[in-house]
Design a protein around this ligand. Structure first.
Ligand SMILES: [Zn+2]
Length: 199
């Protein structure tokens, strides 16, 4: 995926692509080029989802299409795949962490075939701008809070695997039947070598 530059490709990049470890830049004026990037992000997420049987593309950060700008898109409806619309968050920032730290499974369009049980705060307060430049403020809880922490990490060059790299037993895989399972010792060794090979 990372090596494909063809126009037909969605443009999604995956580990160990270098860009995923870089901090994205703030968006200034929201011009047509920013709107184009948002369109490409939506398309890449939906194309990825259409190619997967058991997964939903819930959110994406611009770095995942190799654009180092602080833009995040989040699906409006996590439970209904037929709702293919997104909410846009430009320059998103967590201004407050709250609640308990909880461990749940997460995956990433840029980390192929791996899942992980990742500790995250159960509640976060976010500020951002929408695609018209209007200021947004919201409090996210539960899975949505997890999504924001995961995506805002992307804008800072951090992936979920980095959050659990010292706890390899937290790494899992998705089976062909769509179940999350622990990796065997050998699978784990191979997977970790592949994703951390540049470090
Ligand atoms: Zn991700």
């Amino acid at each position: 995926m990372s090596s494909s530059e063809s126009k037909k490709s969605s443009g999604l990049i995956a580990l160990p692509h270098d860009s995923l470890r870089q901090r994205s830049k703030r968006v200034g004026f929201i011009d047509e080029s920013v709107k184009d990037i948002i369109k490409q992000m939506e398309q890449a997420t939906l194309e990825w989802e259409d190619s997967r049987e058991h997964e939903v593309g819930v959110a994406l950060a611009a770095v995942q299409i190799n654009v180092l700008k602080r833009i995040v898109i989040v699906r409006n409806n996590f439970d209904n795949k037929n709702d293919r619309t997104f909410q846009i968050f430009i320059n998103p920032k967590i201004v407050k962490y709250d609640g308990d730290v909880v461990e749940e499974y997460e995956g990433c369009l840029s980390v192929k075939e791996l899942y992980g049980k990742v500790p995250r705060y159960n509640k976060v307060k976010i500020t951002a701008q929408d695609e018209h430049g209007k200021e947004l403020r919201l409090t996210a809880e539960g899975f949505l809070a997890r999504v924001f922490q995961h995506e805002i990490d992307h804008t800072n060059g951090i992936l979920f695997v980095d959050r659990i790299k010292d706890h390899p037993e937290q790494f899992c895989k998705l089976t062909a039947a769509g179940k999350i399972e622990k990796l065997s010792a050998e699978e784990r060794k191979k997977a970790l070598a592949a994703i951390f090979e540049e470090q």
